[in-house]
Write a protein that binds this ligand. Structure first.
Ligand code: ARG
Length: 458
């Protein structure tokens, strides 16, 4: 086998610029463990179908094992002529075991081969990202435990809305990320639903291999039911890119919170020095680059998803070389997510919260909620109580004072239900209530959420 395997079909060698464009080896070499796994099972299937002798099977399997050792040790010599990892392995096999190697590709196409490799990659990567994500969630749960009773401004429209538990807010992020682990794991398992191997170039392998046996041997639930779809589909890559995009969006929202909290204006939190960066010009600066990159890289993750969707959307049936463009975005998204999670773990661990600053930032007008509860407690309907509290906030605002600085007669002008105890109520410090509805911001509910997450983390 000299030069390219398909060279005999064409009268002239491939133009070097086209070879360079066509070649995917630089990035698809990382598929080698899956490619070898696929080939090991393929030759066994050929032997079972009577297409390889026991001796040939032994020779090829032995050669594949030597190749595995060379690749694992970084000692595999790639050639400039190798078009992709599949061709490189086949070329090396011939060098190692001679002509028996020429039977490896019997009844197989790189179309079903690469699709199968990719499914195995998606399974492993989905599980790997999910495991790394669990470690980040565990850090959020530890932070939430320490901050369960820390009052914190909860926003809607970025306006202060309610006093919440800071632990509750941290758990909101943990809960979204937990759901991402579920999506990643489902994506990993979906990738193993239907095995492309044996689909051949597109119409099904021309040799009578047992596709059910192959699927089981490779850990799939079943063989892909339609050979054309099996080689045309990149659903496993799209699904993983979506799961990674959603994870990126959730990490970005978490990052945005931390970026705001660590600004001088907010001052709610500081980053550990080992996780912050400085400025080349401004001596005072301490920057949350890690969180900004988490926010920024979500754009890249979404871009890879939309990029591959766009690549695939107009393709005619069967394999098209466009599909080779699946790998770089997919690999980059997996690496990006793993890199982010590895960096966010210490960055979150290193956060220090500043209770006094947080409490000082709570608007006194948030106590209007206490007025509503007070009046409702005295039998006033909620809507009316809201009206009274709103009028009092408006009066305090006009006078430029806090709600609790208004005189008792002002309260009583708005409603005769107010007694002197209303001022006492307003002067009580901010606390996270002990009890409250399931899933809400009370200390009890936050602790329940923590327990639940701890149980899940194991
Ligand atoms: N390197 C190719 C890819 O990743 C392998 C499949 C090539 N198939 C073909 N018919 N040329 O898509």
């Amino acid at each position: 086998m000299k030069g390219k395997v398909w060279q005999q079909r064409l009268s002239r060698p491939l133009h070097p610029a086209i070879h360079a464009l066509n070649r995917s080896l630089d990035y698809d070499r990382r598929l080698w463990p899956y490619d070898l796994q696929v080939s090991r099972v393929w030759v066994q299937a050929l032997e079972r179908a009577g297409l390889l002798s026991a001796g040939e099977l032994l020779a090829i399997s032995g050669g594949l094992e030597s190749i595995r050792e060379e690749l694992a040790a970084g000692k595999f010599a790639f050639s400039d002529d190798d078009e992709d990892i599949h061709m490189a392995i086949e070329r090396r096999l011939e060098e190692l075991i001679g002509s028996a190697a020429n039977k490896l590709h019997t009844g197989r196409s790189r179309n079903d081969q690469v699709a199968t490799d990719l499914h195995l990659f998606c399974r492993e990567s989905g599980e790997q990202v999910s495991a790394a994500l669990r470690e980040v969630i565990a850090v959020l749960v530890v932070l939430a435990e320490a901050q369960a009773s820390q009052p914190f401004p909860g926003h809607t429209h970025l306006q202060q809305a309610e006093v919440l538990s800071l632990g509750h807010i941290l758990l909101a992020h943990a809960t979204a990320l937990r759901s991402d682990t579920g999506l990643l794991e489902r994506t990993a398992s979906d990738a193993m639903a239907a095995c492309p191997l044996g689909a051949g170039a597109l119409g099904g392998s021309p040799v009578a291999v047992d596709r059910h046996w192959i699927a089981t041997e490779l850990g799939f639930a079943a063989p892909a039911p339609n050979s054309i779809e099996a080689v045309s589909s990149r659903d496993c890559a799209l699904d993983l890119l979506y799961a990674l995009s959603r994870l990126g969006v959730h990490l970005s929202r978490l990052a945005e919170d931390v970026i705001l909290w660590s600004s001088i204006e907010f001052g709610y939190a500081t980053l550990d020095d080992a996780t912050a960066t400085g400025s080349s010009l401004l001596a005072h600066k301490k920057n949350p680059d890690v969180f900004e990159l988490a926010r920024g890289k979500s754009g890249r993750l979404i871009g890879h998803l939309t990029g591959l969707l766009t690549t695939i959307k107009g393709l005619p049936g069967g394999y098209n070389k466009d599909l080779q463009e699946d790998k770089e975005p997919l690999f980059d998204s997996v690496d990006t997510a793993l890199g982010l999670l590895a960096a966010l773990k210490p960055a979150l661990e290193g956060l220090t919260f500043h209770s006094a600053r947080i409490v000082a930032a709570l608007s006194p007008q948030l106590k209007a909620q206490r007025l509503v509860a007070y009046l409702v407690g005295k039998g006033l309907a909620f809507r009316q109580a809201y009206g009274v509290a709103g009028a009092l906030v408006s009066r305090a605002e006009k006078e430029g004072v806090a709600l609790e600085a208004l005189d008792l007669d002002v309260f009583q002008e708005e409603s005769e239900l107010f007694g002197a105890d209303v001022l006492e109520l307003l002067h009580q410090p901010w606390v996270v209530p002990d009890e409250g509805v399931y899933g809400g911001s009370s200390v009890k509910s936050v602790q329940e959420q923590i327990k639940e997450l701890q149980g899940w983390l194991g």
